[in-house]
Design a protein around this ligand. Structure first.
Ligand code: FES
Ligand SMILES: [Fe+2]
Length: 438
């Protein structure tokens, strides 16, 4: 459990909150590059409780700014994106991507003061198909994030945006509580249904793993372990990286280049952004007879995007239709009765309510990673508020390159951190694979 006060501190991310201040130290994945076209309509973008717009000017540069015009607050969402800037439809003031006012056509030339007017603009950059935003206050933004999966070249990367209708923290905690995999996703699978040569079958043979958790330079690292074949241990390694990243273990460690960002749109809506290497070994999704594990068929049907602040990337299976739960399937074939891993996770975490009441919980040993990560975040948010201490990775984002999630089998008796180090030294990276293929 967590006190109501600590829960409030962790979950609120709007302007002026301690956790909001922490989040504002980092670059956030904001939207896909393809969502804004040169001289096209502005995009309504909610981030950390702020109503923003994103647009691309005639020369292709991206602007992200408060949606309110600094004149009298008409929404720049309705603006005309033309000839190198965005023009407010109320009185025609025009702004460039940096927020500088270029024209104030309703002001007599003798009274012109446009050089002193700025829209509240935030810094941005684009990399491999994603627009990143920095909502902090530094004049020079910190260096870009170096989470491995975000560095994948566009041609080898699958990037998926999905909105979740709950607070960012309970969504993130689904990635840290790795023991749920054997129930929510695989609860109906019997060990004998799986190929015994597939190491991930150990997660079904023993659904009650033990855990090691350790604080790291980038945040937190967890290892869930259970017996494998005689003399060996099956490890599932996961990481939390500040401020909202998770590297989860659903894959083969050697090439499991994938990461989840849980980007708070506001306190009760989260954009789940998954970056995945298209060349990674596919995770376990089939029974030994080749059929897909019931419930794990890929489902990601989306509602059409709308222009609403919260209208992007909404699943068609959602809380409004009980995630299309099939009670007959739940009774006979699939543990959850819901089809699609993301939809199953959505059902579990949204069903807790918009912001879960953590005083109501009874944490178990399998929640060690969840509990320690909360404490780590609380300390970082308090240290930033009290002393201005920068949280991990803001100025040295390359520490993230030492983090990889995934599963492997290692001999019993080897320390888990040593086993992790060994696996890291043998892992495949996209550059290595690309070079090897040439
Ligand atoms: S409110 Fe935008 S120009 Fe007047
Ligand atoms: Fe899950």
């Amino acid at each position: 459990m967590l006190s109501a006060q600590d829960n409030e501190l962790l979950t609120r991310v709007g302007p002026g909150t301690p956790m909001g201040a922490l989040m504002r130290q980092y670059w956030l994945p904001a939207c896909k590059s393809s969502e804004i076209v040169a001289d096209g309509p502005p995009l309504r973008l909610m981030l950390l409780g702020e109503k923003l717009i994103a647009f691309r000017d005639s020369s292709g540069r991206v602007g992200i700014m408060d949606h309110r015009c600094p004149h009298r607050c008409a929404s720049l969402f309705f603006g005309r994106n033309e000839q190198g800037g965005l023009r407010c439809i109320y009185h025609g003031w025009k702004f460039d991507v940096d927020g500088q006012c270029l024209e104030t056509p309703n002001v007599p030339a003798s009274r012109d003061f446009k050089t002193r007017v700025h829209a509240k603009a935030y810094k941005s950059f684009e990399r491999n198909g994603v627009v990143w935003a920095y909502l902090g206050e530094r004049a020079a933004a910190p260096p870009p994030p170096m989470v491995e999966a975000t560095l994948l070249p566009e041609g080898e990367s699958r990037i998926t945006f999905t909105m979740r209708e709950c607070n960012w923290l309970q969504a993130l905690e689904g990635d840290l509580d790795t023991a749920h995999f054997g129930f929510l996703h695989m609860g109906s699978v019997a060990p004998e249904d799986l190929d015994p040569a597939n190491m991930h079958s150990y997660a079904v043979i023993d659904r009650a793993p033990q855990f090691h958790v350790r604080e790291t330079e980038w945040g937190m690292m967890g290892g869930a372990y259970r017996k494998a074949d005689p003399g060996n241990i099956y490890w599932r390694i996961s990481h939390f990286l500040f401020p909202f990243w998770a590297l989860f273990p659903d894959g083969t460690f050697e090439d499991n280049v994938t990461a989840d960002a849980w980007v708070p749109l506001d306190d009760t809506h989260t954009m789940f952004v998954n970056f995945a290497w298209t060349k990674r070994t596919p995770p376990l999704r089939t029974l030994k007879d080749g059929r897909t594990i019931p419930g794990l068929e890929y489902r990601h049907d989306m509602l059409p995007n709308t222009t609403d602040w919260l209208g992007r990337y909404r699943l068609a299976s959602n809380s409004g239709n009980d995630h299309r739960i099939d009670r007959e399937a739940q009774r006979t074939t699939s543990f959850s009765g819901v089809t699609g891993i993301t939809i199953q996770d959505q059902m579990a975490t949204e069903g807790m309510g918009p912001i879960v009441d953590r005083e109501f919980e009874h944490l178990a040993p399998s929640d060690a990673m969840v509990a320690r990560t909360r404490q780590c975040m609380l300390s970082a948010a308090r240290a930033l508020a009290a002393k201005g201490t920068m949280p991990p990775g803001v100025d040295n984002p390359d520490i993230a390159l030492a983090a990889r999630g995934g599963a492997f089998v290692a001999p019993e008796g080897i320390d888990w951190l040593e086993a992790y180090r060994q696996r890291m030294s043998q892992r495949a990276t996209p550059a290595d694979i690309t070079k090897a293929a040439e």
